[in-house]
Structure formats: structure tokens, C-alpha cells
Write a protein that binds this ligand. Structure first.
Ligand code: ANZ
Length: 956
């Protein structure tokens, strides 16, 4: 019987839906396994063959685990808020929900054709109020929490208030941007507004005036990872720095935990390293330099406290609050001009571009160890948001300081071993020193309790200096992180509304039992004429505190009815905890119930692109840790094992147009003849090319200007050229999975996607190779039938031969190991080898073929269901048990050795695999051929190398 994949695939896709084959429920009898794919943003272009790569890999693993007896959760959903839908709405006036829903439908129909084992009853969409209810709820919880640095967890802000009432800030250990200490009396004396402003410095979700990446063209703020080289990642529009009142998340409070718990994750070293760098832990010291004029302390952050003797100037970031204080009247005009200049540059430019610029403030500060006065400069190579925004410059040891000193002709003091202290201009009596003090100075210092670094390694010197600084109250040991708090406001429509309203300019959150706060409808999706975000256009957008409901804006009286927040949340809000929601997607009382999350815990295997290394994968880890502190999540980390699939690139095809050929009837020349002409290559739609041969009629129909094209052929064919490029519409190299499914079937598509190469590598798509996978399935199918034209099953129950058993058990072993190692391409080859062997061995053994069917199920679910049922089963093959390898079948029972005489190979002999060297020697010497080659000579020695060779050394 013929392998009719179209019918088979339709039949089983229908069966799975009818029988809820992929419905999963918590089951305490079974061990859980949670496979998750990063959910897609449903774009208007639909899926191309690159998109399902990770889903197929995840599905193979999910099916494999199920066959091994695990209770497998394998859900899918949509990251449905986002900019493209909003921009389309701005252009067309269409509500982004409509385009989003259309795109989702298209995605769903494409996904359904590929035979995934997703439990669609658990689908989530981030734009669905049932879903974002819990995104808003988490935000409210973050607003109502602070981070306790002693207990190392988030705690209710009410506990902080209790502390303030009792002791003021005295016993508070909290992550905060506030340096101010207050007493209980001062706290109590504050009015409501002042107290709220004070608490804002502690909340995990807080509002602050922050420098943001403002993109005027998109009318919104962008996250750092949404900006590259001063341009927005989406759209490539210019981005500038601007101060704005923003919602922020105190991600930085979790820096140390984010760093520590990375170690035990099964993620690639490169992603872990990227995250470590992003978190950027830096151990150093804060040291106080005092202003010469009025003794005011300016704190610097340094990782090289030991170089303090080489400080020749200080530098402040242009935004530093000290700038105003240190700028003298004579220097003011120059300083102000410089500051205006630096505003134009983004932080990224300031870090990457090594251009030296700066201005002298007019003031001096005293080095606390040497007591030498050094000039204070202002320059944008010092960043405001890192450390204290002020540095001590050591031009002899730091390259940026060096470049600066050279440029402005500032002194450079080398701290080189062997340098004579007395040559350097500081007063040793004040009790300090450096690398190589002269002997008597060292003695003097010792007597005075000074700092001696002589003979120490850099590490030891840093440690000793830090201790000295702390002891003498000149500063303190300090750990800094590069990780910044996340800005959480976007001036967009198509995102989660903040459940926040304003009373006297102070934000309050909605009661959690009033959530979700639904996104209102508006008539236009642009910012308002007065520059407010699009939600400024919503009429029904005010909060009636008393009646606990949304009411018309015209009712705002700031007594009972208040204005609602106009910003919406950014893309990462909805994607940060979706993995928890899949566990309990329809729960209307909680994000996820305790029982359910206790069962599923966290994701065992997470698949997605490595481009999320610092965005999504940091935010969701942070978000999860917060939920863990709350008790909602049950594990410190959301994703145990992470696999990053590579990109599938496009394989473009070209035709060669002869330059200057007739415009009406352009001439195209085949690839191997093109050198005889002067030609221009033109991309041609890969879907009208097969095996690099152009379908000429389809080409003529493709574009009207080629209607009358002429062709110079080779062997009656037009051969196209090709190149590997990004898969994109503009290169006409996009391959749609629907087309492949239509032509070859989903099982072939799945096998071929895996066969293309190692999962984690990027590789080009080449439809030309797909036949091999399709033929393999046909050949496998053929093993079950007498011949192509008969629907008579050829299956029998005759005992399997040794070779057949060996072939299948080799396969069981290989497929099991390959799946565990994510080596799916080699697994596909192993199937091909085994099926070839079984064909040659004419294997129709039911028991063995059944095992191959189960092994193949994760890769090719439709054909395996069909064959499983043909073998007489009435259940789904998904509920079969994964075959176990029997090692005894794999033992080789024979070994072949080459028999040689004086090193010359003469013939081969077979021996039992278990034969000893002595047995091999004895049998060889009795063989007729051996006797012939000995030819009466003396056997001096017989060397036996098992499994390889026997060498007989002869003399005479
Ligand atoms: C003196 C010194 C001497 C430094 C030396 C380095 C080398 P990481 O490791 O990244 O934490 N620094 C401190 N705050 C800065 C800021 N806001 N903008 C730019 N640079 C800043 O780097 C810490 C080092 O970077 C600090 O140690 C400081 O320079 C500089 F041989 O102090 B160092």
C-alpha cells in the first residue's frame, strides 16, 4: 500500500483532538516533566520553516519523556502585546486586537499542521484580561513590597512602615535609592504625601525620575536591550537620553541572587557568562575625598584602592550632583557649555567611543591618604549611573585616566616597584605608603601605624588598603553591580494597563480584587496632541475609589474620582511569568494554585533563541525570584535546562539577466554559461526553483516584466545560482512550512528540520535535501506491506534473527542517547541506517517493527500512529512504553582478523568474538592456507592482536 501521508496526517490530527490525546493533568502517581518553548509573537508574516525548529525539538523531547512514563506538560501560547500590531493600528486605524487575533489564528493553523503534542487547553495570550489580571497582580505585589537586604528577600512594605514607626530608619536593611536617615518622630511628623514619597524609595515597583532611552519616532521609551548603537532595534529610529518619571522595577536588589543561582543551571557556559557580565559584580571600595575649600566629602568608587597613591586628579560625571557645588564662578560658563554638549550623547556612545573630552571645575579635593590636593574635572567618560558617579583618576594605571591626563596635560605618577617614595610628593608622616618605600620610611610608617604595601601582590595590596581605609573611617568596602533597575513604563497603547491611579500626584494601586483593569478602547493609537501617551485619549479612564470601578474621565474630582495611569507595561511584563500560568491557566482566584505549582514546580527544559540572553532571561529570573519570595513560585529558578536552537538561514536562488538585453524581452542565461555574457544576478523566488532548476513558466508568471523573457539554457534546463542569506521576504528565500507539509507531509518536515544539522548551530534551509527524509519514511512504510500495490500486511510473528535483533537494539540505544544529548540529526541518520538494514534483512517481525514505531513516534508522530494501529493496537502510540535496549543482542559474536606473514597481509579469518589469543593462534596455525604460506619454514613467533591481526614471523 502506498504511504498516503495527506490522509494519514489529517486522520491523526483529528483523532488527537477528538480523544484529547495531549490533555495533561496533575497526576501525583507520575513524575512530572515540563517542556517549554519561548512563546511566539504572532507577526503578520506567519511562520517560516525556521520558526518551528525549536518547537519540533521540544516536541520530540516531550513525546520521548511521555513514552518514558513521565507526565509531560508541553504548552504553547502567544506573546501577544507588541509594537508591530500597534504600528499597524496607527497606520490603518484598526484595533490591534483584531490583527493580533488574525495573526494568532494563522499561527495556530500552521502549527496544527505540524503535529505538535501541545495541550491547547492551556493556551495563554498575554493580551487577554484573564491572563494580564495576574501580570497586574504581580505589579501590585511589587509595589507593596521592599527588598530586605538582611533576610535577602522581598517583604511587605507594611513591615517597613512598622519599623519606621518604631525606630525610624535605624534598623532598616533595605535596598533603596535613599541615603536619608530619619527618626521615628520625623516619620510620624510627615504627612501622607511625604510618607508616600519616602516609601517610594523602597518599593520594588517604584516610580522615579530616570534617564531613559526616548525614541521620538516611536513615541516611547525603550529598554537598553531594545536599543543598539543609538537606534531602536525595531525600526532603526534615533534614540536620545531624556529624564522622565517612570515606573521601575528594583531588579538590582536581586543582583547577587541572580548571580549565585546561575551556577547550578544547565545552561550553556556562554549564556551564563553573558549573564554574569550583564550583572557585572564588582568588588571595590568607596573612598571619601574632601573638598579643599569646605571639607565636603565626595565619594568615589574604586576597584583599585591600592593605587590611591597615584591619584593625580578626580573626575565627576556631568550629571553628578556634586558638579554644581564644585564648579567655581570662573569656570561656570565653560562647565555649563560642556554639560550641554554631553547631553547629546547616549550612555552607549559614552562607553564605546574613546573620544577624550572634559572640563576643569575650578576646585580641588584632598586625597585622604596622601593629603595631596588634586584638581576636580568633569568628563562624560565617568557614568552617572555607576558606582557613585565620581572617580579618583590614576593615569599611570588606568587607560581612560591616562588618555585624559595626556590630553589635558595632567601629572602621571607611576607606582612602579622600585620607585623611591621620597621622590614623590606626599607627606609620609601622614601615614601611608606604596610599593617600595625606602627602608627608614617603612620603619617610620610602621611606628605610626601607616599603610605598607611593599612586596604585596595587587590582590593583597587592594585588600590591605581597603582594610586600612575602613579602619580609618576614610571609606568602606563596597560591592557594585552593573545590573540596573528595569524601566517599566511604555508610552504605548498595546500593552498591560497599570492598575494605578493618582491622588495629589501620588500613585496608589487598585485593590487586587478589582483586577483586571481592562485596556480601554480608544479611537486613535497615537500620543495625544499634548504629548500624553495614547491612553490619554480614553474616555472611560478614571477610578472611582468609593464605588471601586472605572468611570468617565469627566467625573474626575480628585475627591472620589481620580485619574488613571496613562502608561502601559513593556513587552517583558507578560513574558516573565507565563510559565507559571500555563500550569493553571484558568484559575480565577490565583496566578497559580499552590497544589498545582507544587506538582509542576518549574520548567525542566526551556527552548528558545540565544538573543534573549540578557533581556527576557534576566527579567523572568528576577520576576520568578520575587514570586518565590512571595511563596507563589516554589523554586528559586524558573528554567532548569536551557537549549538555544540555532537560526535557519535562507538559501537564495539567482537568475542572471544579460545587461542591456531587451527590456520587453529580457534575456536570462543559465548559471554555467553566464561567464560568456555581461550579467546582473537577480533574486528569484525559491518556490519556483527545484533542485536549482528554474520552472520557466512559473518564472514568467511570477513578475509581469518577465512575461516575454528569453532563456539561454544548458542541457535544456535553466540552472540557477545560489547563496546562503538571512531568510527574508526581500531575498525571496522564505520557505513556508505549509508548502512543505502539503508536498511532503508534516512527518517529513519534522524529520528534515532535525536532519539539517546540530540543533544549536545555525544552518541554511535547502528544500533540495528533503527527498531523502521522505524516501526514508516510504521505505519504512514499505516494511509493513507485501508490496506497493497491496494493502496486505506483511507483518509476521516469526522469531527475529540475530541480525534483526541487533539492528533494532542498536537503534534503541542510539536514539535514546541521541535524544538525551539533543543530537537529533544523528538520530535521523540512525533511523535511516536501521531501516536500510531491516529492508535488506527482509524483517517483517511484528515485535521488532513495533519497537521502531515507538522510537520514531517523537520524530514522526502521524506515520507512527498509523502503523501502530495497523499493528493492531487500539490506543495511541503516545501511550506506549519506550523500548529498552538488551545489550546481549549488541555483542559481536564474531571477529575478523587479518593473517599476515612477516608483516605481509595474506588473508582473513573469522573467529568467535570470545576466542582467546591462544585459541586464535592454534586455529590459525592449523589452517590450510597458513600451512601453505609457512611452506616448511620455521615459525619464530606468532603475534595475536585481538580483533585486528595475526602476524606469523618466519625464518629460513
Ligand atoms: C582607580 C583605578 C585605578 C580604577 C586603576 C581602575 C584601575 P568595574 O570593574 O567596572 O567596577 N569607575 C568607577 N565608577 C565609574 C563610573 N561611574 N564611570 C566610569 N568609571 C568608573 O570598574 C571600576 C573602576 O572603574 C573604578 O576603579 C574606577 O576606576 C572606574 F588602575 O579607580 B578605578
Amino acid at each position: 500500500m502506498e504511504y498516503n501521508f495527506r490522509e494519514i496526517e489529517k486522520k491523526w490530527q483529528h483523532y488527537w483532538v477528538e480523544n484529547n490525546t495531549y490533555r495533561v493533568q496533575e497526576n501525583n502517581e507520575k513524575q512530572k516533566y515540563y517542556v517549554l518553548n519561548m512563546f511566539p509573537y504572532p507577526s503578520g508574516a506567519g511562520l517560516h520553516v525556521g520558526h518551528p525548529l525549536g518547537y519540533i525539538a521540544g516536541d520530540i523531547f516531550a513525546r520521548y519523556k511521555r513514552l518514558q512514563g513521565f507526565n509531560v506538560l508541553n504548552p504553547m501560547g502567544y506573546d501577544a502585546y507588541g509594537l508591530p500590531a500597534e504600528q499597524y493600528a496607527i497606520q490603518t486605524g484598526q484595533h490591534p486586537l483584531i490583527t493580533t487575533q488574525q495573526n494568532i489564528e494563522r499561527y495556530r493553523s500552521q502549527l496544527d499542521k505540524i503535529g505538535f503534542s501541545f495541550d491547547w487547553e492551556r493556551e495563554v495570550r498575554t493580551c487577554d484580561p484573564k491572563y494580564y489580571h495576574w501580570t497586574q497582580w504581580t505589579f501590585v505585589k511589587m509595589f507593596e513590597s521592599y527588598y530586605d537586604t538582611e533576610k535577602n528577600k522581598a517583604l511587605p512594605i507594611s513591615l517597613l512602615v512598622e519599623q519606621l514607626e518604631k525606630d525610624g530608619t535605624n534598623n532598616i536593611h533595605a535596598a533603596t535609592s535613599n541615603e536619608e536617615s530619619i527618626s521615628a518622630e520625623e516619620w510620624k511628623a510627615m504627612n501622607e504625601e511625604e510618607q508616600q514619597r519616602f516609601l517610594m524609595h523602597y518599593r520594588i515597583a517604584y516610580q522615579a525620575e530616570t534617564k531613559v532611552n526616548w525614541c521620538a519616532a516611536l513615541g516611547t521609551v525603550l529598554a537598553n536591550d531594545e536599543v543598539v548603537d543609538g537606534l531602536s532595534v525595531r525600526g532603526g529610529h534615533p534614540v536620545v537620553q531624556r529624564n522622565m518619571l517612570q515606573w521601575c522595577l528594583r531588579v538590582s536588589a536581586y543582583a547577587q541572587r541572580l548571580l549565585e543561582s546561575l551556577d547550578n543551571l544547565q545552561w550553556t557556559d556562554s549564556i551564563k557568562e553573558t549573564q554574569r557580565n550583564w550583572i557585572g559584580r564588582s568588588e571595590g571600595a568607596e573612598v571619601e575625598f574632601r573638598l579643599q575649600s569646605n571639607d565636603l566629602p565626595i565619594t568615589v568608587f574604586t576597584t583599585r584602592a591600592d593605587t590611591i597613591f597615584g591619584v593625580t586628579f578626580m573626575v565627576l560625571a556631568p550629571e553628578s550632583e556634586y558638579v554644581d557645588i564644585v564648579t567655581t564662578d570662573e569656570q561656570r560658563a565653560e562647565v555649563e557649555a560642556y554639560i550641554a554638549e554631553t547631553k547629546k550623547r547616549t550612555e552607549r556612545e559614552r562607553i564605546s567611543d574613546r573620544r577624550v573630552s572634559g572640563v576643569f571645575s575650578g576646585s580641588y579635593a584632598i586625597n585622604p591618604l596622601t593629603k595631596v590636593a588634586v584638581p576636580i574635572w568633569i568628563s562624560d567618560y565617568v557614568l552617572a549611573g555607576y558606582g557613585t558617579g565620581a572617580i579618583m583618576a590614576v593615569p599611570a594605571h588606568d587607560s581612560r585616566d591616562y588618555a585624559f591626563a595626556k590630553h589635558f596635560d595632567l601629572p602621571i605618577i607611576p607606582l612602579i616597584e622600585g620607585a623611591d617614595v621620597s621622590e614623590q610628593s606626599f607627606d609620609a608622616k601622614e601615614g601611608i605608603v606604596m610599593n617600595s618605600p625606602v627602608a627608614e620610611l617603612e620603619a617610620e610608617l610602621k611606628a605610626n601605624g601607616g599603610l605598607i604595601l611593599n612586596g604585596l601582590t595587587v590582590k593583597e595590596a587592594i585588600k590591605t588598603t581597603k582594610a586600612y581605609i575602613a579602619q580609618h573611617n576614610l571609606g568602606r568596602v563596597k560591592v557594585n553591580y552593573r545590573l540596573r533597575d528595569a524601566t517599566f513604563s511604555r508610552q504605548r497603547y498595546w500593552g498591560e494597563p497599570f492598575p494605578v491611579y493618582y491622588k495629589n500626584g501620588i500613585p496608589y494601586t487598585l485593590p487586587v480584587d478589582c483586577l483586571p483593569l481592562e485596556l480601554p478602547t480608544i479611537d486613535k493609537y497615537e500620543p495625544t496632541e499634548s504629548g500624553e501617551p495614547p491612553l490619554g485619549r480614553a474616555k472611560l479612564w478614571a477610578w472611582d475609589e468609593k464605588n471601586r470601578q472605572v468611570v468617565d474621565k469627566s467625573l474626575i474630582d480628585n475627591q472620589q474620582v481620580f485619574a488613571l495611569e496613562l502608561n502601559t507595561m513593556p513587552g517583558f511584563a507578560g513574558s516573565s511569568a507565563y510559565y507559571l500560568r500555563y500550569m493553571d491557566p484558568n484559575n480565577t482566584n490565583e496566578l497559580v494554585s499552590s497544589d498545582v505549582v507544587n506538582y509542576w514546580k518549574n520548567v525542566d527544559l526551556y527552548l528558545g533563541g540565544s538573543e534573549h540572553a540578557t533581556g527576557h532571561l534576566i527579567y523572568s529570573r528576577f520576576w520568578n525570584k520575587f514570586l518565590f519570595d512571595l511563596g507563589t513560585a516554589k523554586t528559586e529558578e524558573p528554567f532548569e535546562r536551557l537549549v538555544n536552537q540555532g537560526m535557519i538561514q535562507g538559501r537564495s536562488n539567482f537568475v542572471y539577466r544579460v545587461k542591456d538585453s531587451d527590456k520587453e524581452a529580457p534575456l536570462f542565461v543559465s548559471l554555467n554559461l553566464k561567464d560568456q555574457y555581461d550579467t546582473t544576478p537577480i533574486h528569484v523566488d525559491v518556490n519556483i526553483v527545484s533542485g536549482d532548476v528554474l520552472d520557466i513558466e512559473a518564472f514568467k508568471a511570477w513578475r509581469p516584466e518577465f512575461k516575454n523573457a528569453q532563456f539561454v539554457l544548458e542541457n535544456d534546463k535553466y540552472v540557477c545560482g545560489w547563496a546562503i542569506e538571512k531568510m527574508s521576504k526581500s531575498m525571496f528565500n522564505v520557505v513556508n512550512p505549509d508548502m512543505i507539509v502539503e508536498r511532503y507531509g508534516a512527518d517529513t518536515l519534522r524529520l528534515y528540520e532535525m536532519f539539517l544539522g546540530p540543533l544549536e548551530q545555525s544552518k541554511p534551509w535547502d528544500t533540495n535535501g528533503i527527498d531523502g527524509c521522505h524516501r526514508f519514511l516510504k521505505k519504512f512504510w514499505g516494511l509493513f506491506f507485501d508490496n506497493r500495490d497491496s494493502d496486505q500486511l506483511a507483518i509476521n510473528n516469526e522469531p527475529a534473527t540475530k541480525e534483526q535483533l541487533k539492528s533494532v537494539h542498536k537503534l534503541i540505544k542510539k536514539i535514546t542517547a541521541d535524544i538525551e544529548n539533543f543530537s537529533f540529526n544523528t538520530a535521523v541518520s540512525a533511523f535511516m541506517i536501521c531501516v536500510n538494514e531491516l529492508s535488506q534483512l527482509k524483517c517483517h517481525n511484528k515485535e521488532l517493527l513495533e519497537q521502531v514505531v515507538i522510537l520514531l513516534n517523537p520524530f514522526a508522530p502521524h506515520i507512527s500512529e498509523e502503523l501502530w494501529s495497523l499493528l493492531g493496537h487500539t490506543n495511541s502510540v503516545c501511550d506506549a512504553a519506550w523500548p529498552q535496549v538488551n545489550e546481549t543482542y549488541l555483542v559481536e559474536d564474531e571477529q575478523q582478523l587479518t593473517i599476515s606473514f612477516n608483516g605481509k597481509a595474506r588473508f582473513q579469518m573469522n573467529f568467535a568474538a570470545t576466542a582467546s589469543s591462544d585459541e586464535i593462534q592454534a586455529i590459525t596455525l592449523q589452517d590450510e592456507r597458513t600451512i601453505k604460506y609457512i611452506d616448511g619454514k620455521t615459525v619464530v613467533k606468532v603475534i595475536v592482536v585481538p580483533k585486528k591481526i595475526v602476524n606469523i614471523v618466519l625464518k629460513g
